[in-house]
Design a protein around this ligand. Sequence first.
Ligand SMILES: [Ca+2]
Ligand SMILES: [Ca+2]
Length: 497
Amino acid sequence: MNQATRWILAMSITAMCGGVTQAAQLRVTNVGGAGGGQVQFDITWTDSWRTSWKESDAHWTNWDAAWIFVKYRKTGDAGWSHATLSDKDADHSPPKGARIDVGLTEKRGMGVFLYRSAEGKGAWTNKGVKLKWLHEDDKVADITKVELSVHALEMVYVPQGGFYVGSAGKLAGSFTEGSWKKGNEVIPFKVTSEAELEVAPKPGCLYGTAGPGAAHQMGHIGKLPAEFPKGYGAFYCMKYETNQGEYAAFLNQLTAAQAKARYPFPTIPPHRTKDGSHTVRKTSAGFTATRPQRACNWVSWDDAAAYLDWAGLRPMTELEFEKACRGPLKPVKDEYAWGSGELIEAQWITKVDVALPVPYPRGICGAGGRVKAGCTYWGIAAMSGHLRERTVAVGHKEGWAFTRLCGDGAIAAGGLSNVAGWPGPGETWPARGSYATCGGGFRGGPWYTDKVRLRVSDRFLSSCMRKTRDSSYGFRGVRQAPGKARSKTAAPSGPKK
Ligand SMILES: [Ca+2]
Ligand SMILES: [Ca+2]
């Protein structure tokens, strides 16, 4: 392990909040069809929470949730299909102490968020969850005659509210307020709504410190549309990078042609597989991962986009990335996702298997706990370091076509995502050296690089992407929160003066 590797976060083995480090795990069991077209199952995961706290005269509430979606296969189908769930929250049956909000893509129920209705933390089990499947809409007459599969991903609620982008320090292409002049310190810009936002080197506008042409450029000036997710509105962000077990489950439910296009292993150069970091393999029993909890590397943009479309999620924007890391706090010089400029002890994904970090938000752990666990203000793990995050670029015009449209659960026959406005596919990007300047990019840095690349506001490679796969490339998804995602008793989350 070289010096650079040591800095980088990844999976901190440090126990936090006095707890015992353990493998964070989510399990769905006892899946079956119930009466009335309902899909029933049990779900449990460790280190769940819901909490409220006060900061800078504002009250905040956040929680973690499972994003749950259902796939089915009829006899003779080549691949699995996405089940259309009822678009009405009340049609679903959460156990006592839980809430369910439906996530829609256009008007179709793609999945649900299941989360705590009251404050608490620790292991959380829900038995007998029932989701209403509109199976007749999917042309399934009898749900007991099809195979059912329930998927669940851990996510974290990032509440509505203003936040800053850009921070002081030596960064590549930080965002800045538009009155910034070259040679001066970055001026953090506050995002205060989802409305159209002017990007220009003028006072009151959003801009960046790298001009056109750079891999971390602000290559386009004009009005960033209202539909482009700015991070102000509430959204859910995956707690961890997509893991290898989740990716194998995805491959197993595609058609043979789709799976072939999305299976990384055959494309990994033999000398790069020696580290054993990527463990998804095709076997006689289907795709399996011998290290299912390990974050999924060796994925291209096209792989990530296809997974997110299939799961009913979407990529995050650069602005959402900074909100998910920093929360409502003022930027700190040289800060990492854990809210300080100090480096933390790290483990290297490809060399050791360690327990996933136990992330809790600021309201539970305080500032010191965040640093120890390497998690963001809201309790999201591994945003700085570990595998690179993928974001939709503010700095390139192609990214501006992105709306909040999420995946619809189905990908194209050839294995690509097919959601209007998403960057890519990679084959459409022009070659520019070994990187293409395009509407997608990287944030948060990988485990092995210069520590500067891990900083929240560093935009190195934020406006360009390699088309290929690499050991440091991972991804995670987000989804805007359904409108009613809030407490029954507390005020709506977000700043309350
Ligand atoms: Ca990361
Ligand atoms: Ca699709």
